[in-house]
Design a binder for this molecule. Structure first.
Ligand SMILES: *Cc1c(COP(=O)(O)O)cnc(C)c1O
Length: 440
């Protein structure tokens, strides 16, 4: 059985380009590209056969198929040679039953997919393994690629740097100066990437990297490049697998450049096409109020789209005013009965801190998704019996500045309702006992 995937124009499908071509847009229309699979070939295998194959590989050590991404290789990049694959055993993250948080919100079936539990601490690894592997495949086929570059709000650059370091490739990352966390800055430096800090925002970095990668043998690693989304879509497939291939009702994803929401749609669509899922979930995209161009477009039924200048937000990885994948997000939301919600700084920080009180340590972007969840429960859209999965996109330990700011009550626009501070005491047993009596 031979499975195939290729690039096709998102807006004008028909013409095909091989996945080893260096191409980011349809040269005729300027449209974004999509990776399209030969779905008929995939359908020739039964749903039960696919499930059995994926289950036999899941989290095993047989390289590279134990990876959450490469365990689904036939659905991701079927033709790539195994020797080209650069994998850090990404995926397979735990799906956390948020029982106590669910009870507080009035939900019986609330789950959090911990995508921050990856090599570099965010879901970006899932896409980067595919992109960097594709670069190795291109080089093997004789393409001259001297380096791989991206613009980033912090997590993409960490992932690119780690996968390039693992592959022995040169990484160049463009970051908005002073707008990312300390952990996110030190990650690419530690991995030996060239870090270019620009006096601009993410959208400004994105413009520069697109020009840099037009020539010079430098390959573009942003999610404008649809190879990334092929890896990211495996999260949708894996969630369903973790529920023993049973359906979910709502998936809530924090969105910035809007590639990931489309990746979820692609993953669920393949599950529907192959007959593994009989029922589609509703997709919810959650944005920070200071970076909400998709939310604004949603309010007018996606009639028109206006880029904005994104303001400062604790959810710095989604501080994007002109999302490249806007047309993809609209498709995803239309196909999956989508909803867009937004969260203020106060809402996102308190939603995140409240969840921490139930055993999590989640990032501010997850806070945006949790605040959106709260709003949908309050409106009666999400109800007690619904199976809900919140996508936690990064690990909270990458955002300790945010946590420190929250608990020291120093975040702008935030009144910390779950603040907790250390008790400074002398090393004296009476003092300690008196204090403990008061506290417990
Ligand atoms: C990249 C990122 C997002 C947003 O994903 P998009 O595909 O850009 O919408 C959300 N959260 C975190 C932590 C990220 O790194």
């Amino acid at each position: 059985m031979s499975f195939q995937a290729w690039f096709e124009s998102l807006e004008n499908p028909g013409r095909r380009w091989p996945l080893t071509d260096v191409i980011y847009r349809d040269p005729d229309s300027g449209s974004l590209l999509d990776v399209v699979h030969d779905v008929d070939a995939l359908k020739a295998r039964s749903a039960d056969e696919w499930k059995a194959l994926f289950d036999s590989r899941y989290r095993r050590s047989a390289w590279p198929y134990g990876s959450g991404v490469w365990g689904k290789k036939e659905w991701v990049y079927p033709q790539i040679a195994d020797e080209s694959i650069v994998s850090l055993f990404e995926g397979g993250e735990n799906l956390f039953w948020a029982d106590r948080l669910g009870q507080q919100l009035g939900l019986d079936d609330l789950w959090i997919k911990q995508c921050g539990n990856n090599q570099t601490g965010s879901f970006k690894d899932l896409g980067m393994t595919v992109l960097v592997s594709a670069v190795r495949e291109m080089i093997r086929q004789g393409k001259e690629i001297r380096a791989v570059a991206c613009a980033s709000t912090g997590d993409t650059s960490a992932a690119l740097s780690a996968y390039c370091a693992a592959a022995g490739l040169k990484a160049i990352v463009f970051l908005p100066k002073n707008k990312i966390s300390t952990a996110q800055l030190i990650q690419p430096l530690a991995n030996g990437a060239e870090v270019i800090a620009l006096e601009t925002d993410f959208d400004g970095c994105m413009e520069i990297v697109q020009k840099v990668t037009e020539s010079h043998g430098i390959y573009l690693a942003n999610s404008m490049n649809p190879l990334r989304l092929e890896g990211q879509k495996t999260v949708a497939i894996e969630i369903v697998q973790q529920f023993d291939w049973s359906p979910v009702d709502f998936v809530i994803v924090p969105g910035g450049n809007l590639g990931n929401i489309y990746a979820f749609a692609k993953g669920f669509q393949l599950l529907l096409d192959t007959g593994i899922l009989k029922r589609a979930p509703r997709l919810v995209c959650a944005q920070a109020e200071h970076a909400n161009p998709l939310y604004r477009a949603y309010l007018n039924g996606f009639e028109s789209f206006e880029p904005i200048v994104a303001g400062p937000t604790q959810a710095s990885a989604i501080r994007i005013g002109n999302p490249v994948s806007y047309p993809r997000a609209v498709r995803a939301l239309r196909a999956f009965d989508g909803i867009v919600e937004q969260a203020s700084e106060d809402e996102l920080a308190n939603a995140s801190a409240r969840a921490d009180r139930t055993g999590l340590f989640n990032c501010p972007h997850t806070g945006v998704a949790l605040a959106a969840l709260q709003k949908l429960v309050d409106r009666g859209v999400i109800q007690r019996h619904h199976r809900v999965v919140v996508i936690s996109t990064a690990h909270g330990l990458k955002f300790v500045e945010h946590k420190v700011g929250y608990h020291s009550a120093e975040l702008p626009e935030v009144t910390p309702r779950y603040r907790n501070v250390p008790h400074d005491l002398p090393a004296d047993i009476d003092h300690v006992m008196r204090t403990l009596d008061r506290l417990i």
